[in-house]
Design a protein around this ligand. Structure first.
Ligand SMILES: [Zn+2]
Length: 90
């Protein structure tokens, strides 16, 4: 009986540890900021209740230039021109 408990503890621990390490690895592979990884255009934030609960440090994004959608790490955002700046240059 003790061997079964040890086996479940060791392999269960490795299974959980593998999931934690894989999650951390792929989290740092995600690009940060708001740029599309496919075409480098500014993406739009998509409100997703599921992703905000599962991955609170990420933002669900959609690129309207190429149609890419996925998760990006929260990071620096691209500054956008305000209405006053747009009329100043005309
Ligand atoms: Zn794109």
């Amino acid at each position: 009986m003790w061997e079964i408990i040890q086996w479940v503890g060791i392999f269960g621990g490795f299974f959980i540890l593998r999931g934690i390490i894989a999650t951390m690895f792929f989290y740092y592979l995600l690009p940060d900021g708001d740029r599309c990884p496919s075409c480098n255009a500014v993406t739009l934030r998509v409100q997703s209740r599921v992703w905000s609960i599962l991955m609170p440090r990420c933002r669900a994004s959609w690129c309207y230039e190429c149609g890419w959608h996925g998760l990006l790490r929260k990071g620096p955002l691209t500054p956008t021109a305000t209405a006053g700046e747009l009329t100043k240059h005309k």
